[in-house]
Design a protein around this ligand. Structure first.
Ligand SMILES: NC(=O)c1ccc[n+]([C@@H]2O[C@H](COP(=O)([O-])OP(=O)(O)OC[C@H]3O[C@@H](n4cnc5c(N)ncnc54)[C@H](O)[C@@H]3O)[C@@H](O)[C@H]2O)c1
Length: 419
């Protein structure tokens, strides 16, 4: 890790990201969709796994978009996804999937195919490479989080944000910001419902994840299919999964953390990979706001995910599974005709998040009012990496020190031999 250069502000963050990565041109902005505003939006899905199927399904179910091209390393993923979207789109009177691309260079084929946007849902280690290919082809992009696994990758994405600006729409998969209840809670906090935020606490207590290996797979294929358990492929749990809570902290506080201390370990899930199975992080935000965070990813059942903001006039509770609420001088309960926070949930807190995000993204393309969430996505990913590195190194790390580190991770898998 390089010597500390002090915390960098947002402007310096963008400047330094350009310095690190140089320039990258978007070559075909004229393909922007707004020129044919009433047509159906064609989706290219790059990475046909769980999340790609889920988000593309939300696009098909909640907008008039259709999946016309698929790309993946592995044929079984392509076949299952093609079948699924052909059935779904037939029911909706839309087209069939017309192109499938398989193998390590499938990402280059799909970006050049006749699609309006590419939904990048490949493992995180590929995100900067895949994002750059989409933008070089002049296509709109919906990029899943995290935007990268390392600092250099985040800087490249921040640089690409400058090049995408005004030319294409670029979303990043932080759907919580679009969930109607989360958005209302945040608006209330910004309006002062609990006074100036004093401190924050959050937790992500998750169950273990299924192993994806099958008999007969090569070690490299088994590792790639189990990418989430490997630091260099997924970024580790703090960055891959827990990032949603760090993003929520940044969103509400309108800032990124200035420094972090942390600890993490592997104690329960030791049969696979090299990621930690529990995390304890303390972030220090501007205005002397301290935010603690704890997570697990080894429980035999699903746990719970929640985060709380505390202020002199009360506190707020945001959760994946309970009624969102504010308690104190300005009480509020999401979706309930009551101010009783103990009342049984009447909402699915996350239910409308991805559908609303999908609708807003398609609208941005059709209206020509392009989103650009790449810098924010890079900032949230760096914030999660800050906590991760503080744990790995067992010491406090500052934002400026992290950005100056130019940390770069290589994977040890030769993907030209896969797929
Ligand atoms: N926003 C959210 O709430 C959310 C939820 C889950 C996952 N995610 C993110 O979505 C992404 C995908 O996660 P997932 O759970 O779907 O994983 P997954 O393993 O189920 O799917 C990944 C797919 O990408 C394919 N792939 C791997 N390398 C590839 C390459 N080089 N080119 C083309 N395809 C390749 C795999 O074969 C697989 O089909 C990750 O970044 C993850 O963090 C986001």
């Amino acid at each position: 890790m390089a010597k500390s250069v002090g915390p960098l502000g947002r402007r310096e963050f963008v400047k330094s990201s350009v310095a690190v990565t140089g320039t990258l041109l978007i070559t075909k902005p004229e393909t922007a969709f707004s020129a044919r505003a009433n047509s159906t939006v064609n989706i290219g899905l790059l990475g046909c796994g769980g999340r790609g199927n889920s988000v593309a399904g939300d696009f098909v179910n909640h907008t008039d978009a259709q999946v016309t091209a698929l790309a993946d390393l592995f044929p079984d993923r392509l076949e299952a996804t093609e079948r699924r979207f052909n059935e779904l789109q037939k029911k909706k009177g839309r087209s069939k999937v017309s192109k499938t691309f398989q193998g390590p260079s499938a990402y280059l084929d799909i970006v050049e195919s006749d699609v309006d946007f590419v939904l990048v849902a490949s493992p995180p280690c590929f995100h900067p490479l895949h994002l750059r290919a989409v933008l070089d082809a002049g296509k709109h992009v919906y990029l899943e989080k995290p935007v990268a696994t390392d600092v250099r990758g985040c800087m490249e994405v921040a640089s690409l944000a400058l090049k995408a600006e005004g030319k294409v729409s670029a979303d990043v998969g932080f759907q919580i910001r679009y969930g109607s209840h989360f958005a209302e809670l945040t608006r209330r906090l910004w309006d002062g419902a609990i006074g100036d935020i004093t401190c924050v606490h959050g937790s992500y207590f998750a169950g273990d994840l299924p192993r994806q290996s099958a008999p007969g797979m090569s070690p490299a294929e088994a590792k790639m299919r189990n990418w989430v358990f490997y630091r260099a492929l997924g970024g580790d749990i703090m960055v891959e999964q827990n990032i949603h809570i760090v993003d929520a902290y940044n969103w509400v506080l309108k800032a990124h953390p200035l420094r972090a201390t942390a600890t993490a370990a592997r104690k329960v899930r030791t049969d696979i990979g090299d990621v930690s199975d529990h995390w304890i992080v303390t972030y220090f935000y501007p205005n002397d706001v301290r935010a603690s965070f704890m997570s697990t990813q080894f429980l035999p059942t699903w746990g719970s995910v929640a985060w709380r903001f505390f202020g002199p006039d009360g506190f707020s509770v945001a959760s994946y599974s309970e009624n969102l609420n504010i308690q104190g001088k300005n009480p509020w309960v999401a979706g309930a005709d009551t101010t009783d926070p103990g009342k049984k949930p009447e909402i699915d807190p996350l239910g409308d998040a991805t559908p609303l995000k999908a609708q807003a993204f398609v609208k941005s393309i059709k209206d020509g009012e392009f989103h650009n969430q790449l810098k924010q996505g890079a900032e949230s990913t760096l914030s999660a990496i800050l906590g991760r590195q503080a744990a790995y190194e067992g010491r406090e790390i500052t934002w400026g020190e992290l950005l100056a580190s130019d940390q770069h991770w290589e994977t040890d898998i030769d993907i030209t031999k896969l797929g």
